[in-house]
Ligand binder design. Sequence first.
Ligand code: TTP
Ligand code: MG
Length: 366
Amino acid sequence: MPRSKTDEKTRTIFHIDLDAFYASVEIQRNPSLKDKPVIIGADPKSGTGRGVVMTCSYKAREFGVRSAMPISRAYGLCPDGVFLRPDMNLYRVVSRRVMELLQQFTDRFQQTSIDECFLDVTETVSRYETPRELALRIQRELAEQEGLTCSIGISPNKPVSKIASDLNKPNGITLVEPNKIREFLAPLPVGRISGVGAKTQERLKEMNIKTIGDIQAFRLDKLVNALGKHGEYIWKIANGRGSNKVAEEREVKSISTERTFETDIDDFELISETLDKLVTAIHKHLQKTTLFYKTVTLKIRFGDFSTFSKSKTLGIYNNDKGIIASTIKMLLERFKHKKKKIRLIGIQLSNLCKFEDRQKQLTNWL
Ligand code: TTP
Ligand code: MG
């Protein structure tokens, strides 16, 4: 049976992984840390601390510090390093903004961890000279908008792109041409395949399999006999036949944006100004989608971390900026009687529907 055009088409999958993510966010927040060994994790307590390193800057890696290493060992290797406790809230907020930025390059997007995602850019690359041009553009935007760097792996499938993104860190781009996948993989150790941990590596070693090339030379049925379904999974990846399915567009339940003030404030004029900026930002985001909203929510967190939100559900779906602004103004009035200083304000649009669905609804009424 002839295969459809899209089946035949070699897909272009990007795997994007941010470099030294938590450490890079800390350097972005405090640029005086640039070029210093920055280590995020438990308190080293002058070398007696318990707990581990979560990550560290590339400068710290020059001293031999690595993720998951005991913090006391890291202190021994790099006693003059800048040791910081993690600020997970900040990393989550930055991650969300980064992922929103990356999603703009395709609607086939799949986030796989706080700092990693796949993009199927098969359609997008047709607007660029080469896939590398698109990768450079993504790196540039990330640097300009967030001051962060990332490494990008490019190939026709997810597992190979993931392996590739790790090979030229930091700020690297590694492209594997479709007809060179097997030779690219062959010299790499089996542990490079995501999902091949210490236990599987041990089993494979017993069969004299150390590199991905050794798997390529191994018979599929024998590998399945030894490792069951996992064997088939590994064999397919080794032979360039891993999955290229990047999850389809997620169903977006809400769009939100928020801002934490440098110091807690009660100046309502400044709060209104900030809200105007948030309205502009959220509306800009909305315009990039085909979504309409029905519910507008204002969130406020006071200096004591107590958090409240007030919502208004409108009579109709719409995508109007003025309505967001006036609804937010109205909701803000309800907070004015509280005489507390404000730490954070945020806006959310929810009860979303796609423009196409809305048209369908309208025609149903005709
Ligand atoms: P990674 O992407 O594995 O690491 P990284 O971004 O710090 O560095 P690289 O340049 O090599 O990609 O993980 C992303 C974040 O997840 C990392 O910044 C901190 C966190 N993390 C832990 O908390 N514990 C761990 O053991 C690892 C590996 C990561
Ligand atoms: Mg990373």
